[in-house]
Design a protein around this ligand. Structure first.
Ligand SMILES: [Zn+2]
Length: 88
């Protein structure tokens, strides 16, 4: 299962949005999509992430007290968006 979105601070993976989020049955999670993909299923989560990845990244970075350094489609085949964060 590929993640839709992976967030790195340096070499460290700090958050990812994957099936645990978009297929979730339980109400709460705190992943990098900010809850937008939570429980909505793969298809809708893909559309959300395609449109909104940068906004999710900026929101997540702000919550952590970091900034977004880069957002790119890392694996086009799996539509995995890779976000790199940096210190302010
Ligand atoms: Zn998510």
């Amino acid at each position: 299962m590929a993640a839709l979105m992976v967030v790195y601070m340096g070499a460290r993976l700090v958050s990812q949005c994957d099936a645990r989020c978009y297929n979730a049955q339980h109400p709460a999670c705190s992943c990098c999509c900010g809850g937008a993909n939570h429980g909505v299923g793969l298809e809708e989560a893909l559309l959300n992430t395609r449109r909104m990845a940068r906004r999710y990244a900026e929101q997540y970075a702000q919550e952590q007290g970091w900034a977004v350094a880069d957002v790119q489609l890392e694996q086009p085949l799996h539509e995995t968006t890779r976000v790199a964060l940096r210190e302010f």
